[in-house]
Design a protein around this ligand. Structure first.
Ligand code: GUN
Length: 266
């Protein structure tokens, strides 16, 4: 997908720019931001990094977003989350111009996703859909179970599956008989943020299992929300962590930045 973006940018001689804002020194955020910058380089997208100190005020951050909204070299704006606790994430996201909101986190873009009329798809759910499509399995009519109901992943994920006519169930911490519901799934998406939460007894034979989780264990190793070793024996298709949904999220960000550049350049 990144090669496709690069080829389109070269073919149509498009100038695309992505501003990435990081506040503070969260090590995981630093890794994500570096990966996003690397992807920009590979795709021929100009990246502008704004690394702000942890004590940045709300006013300073909003001022930067204002400047980026007005900067014609910047087609996409990404404020890496989470922000330090004293900052109001929601207010910052709503301050980003919806036309430059390549994360699709702004209320306007979330609303557009609800009614299926969108310019930008949220990167992680869109990446999951690409992975599901790559199996050749059609979503229409399938039992789809999404574990997790965050605004960033669970809710939009459910909506994208619904747009493709899946029969969608969203599970969360209050769900009764979670294992039983998951076992019904032809397509199971885990986005709970709990290491090895989904075990083999929760998975139907041959299911497509998409693992959105990235959890760091006490021994420093990364693992997903799915117990990979045992679930991979049962699933028809499964994504690894790391190396599954994460890189797809970044590829979709590149695609959204290209779309943003096309829209802004008429
Ligand atoms: N933090 C973790 N994932 C993401 C993402 O996709 N976008 C932003 N802005 N922050 C994140």
């Amino acid at each position: 997908m990144k090669e496709q973006v690069r080829a389109e940018i070269e073919r149509d001689k498009i100038k695309a720019g992505l501003a990435v804002v990081i506040v503070g020194d969260d090590p995981a955020s630093r890794v994500y931001v570096n990966n996003k910058k690397k992807a920009c380089e590979l795709c021929g997208i100009q990246s502008f990094e704004y690394a702000l100190p942890a004590e940045t005020t709300q006013e300073q951050l909003l001022e930067l977003v204002d400047t980026l909204n007005k900067d014609s070299k910047v087609n996409g704006i990404l404020v890496q989350l989470p922000l330090p606790k004293h900052l109001d994430e929601k207010a910052v996201i709503e301050h980003i111009s919806p036309l430059k909101d390549v994360d699709a986190f702004h209320e306007t873009n979330v609303g557009k996703i609800m009614i299926g009329n969108y310019s930008f798809l949220p990167c992680t759910p869109a990446g999951c859909m690409e992975l599901i499509h790559s199996t050749g399995i059609e979503v229409a009519g399938k039992e789809c179970v999404v574990v997790g109901r965050s605004n960033i992943v669970g809710k939009p994920m459910a909506m994208l599956l619904l747009h493709e006519n899946g029969t969608v169930t969203i599970c969360h911490s209050k769900t009764k008989n979670l294992a039983e519901v998951c076992r019904r799934a032809d397509i199971l998406v885990a986005a709970v943020g709990r290491p090895n939460f989904v075990t083999a007894d929760m998975v139907k034979d041959g299911a497509v299992v998409i693992d959105v989780g990235i959890n760091r264990l006490e021994n420093g190793k990364l693992c997903g929300d799915v117990k990979f070793d045992e679930v991979s024996e049962k699933a028809g298709y499964i994504t690894p962590v790391p190396g599954g949904v994460g890189p797809m999220t970044i590829a979709m960000l590149m695609k959204n930045t290209l779309t943003a550049a096309r829209i802004q350049n008429g």
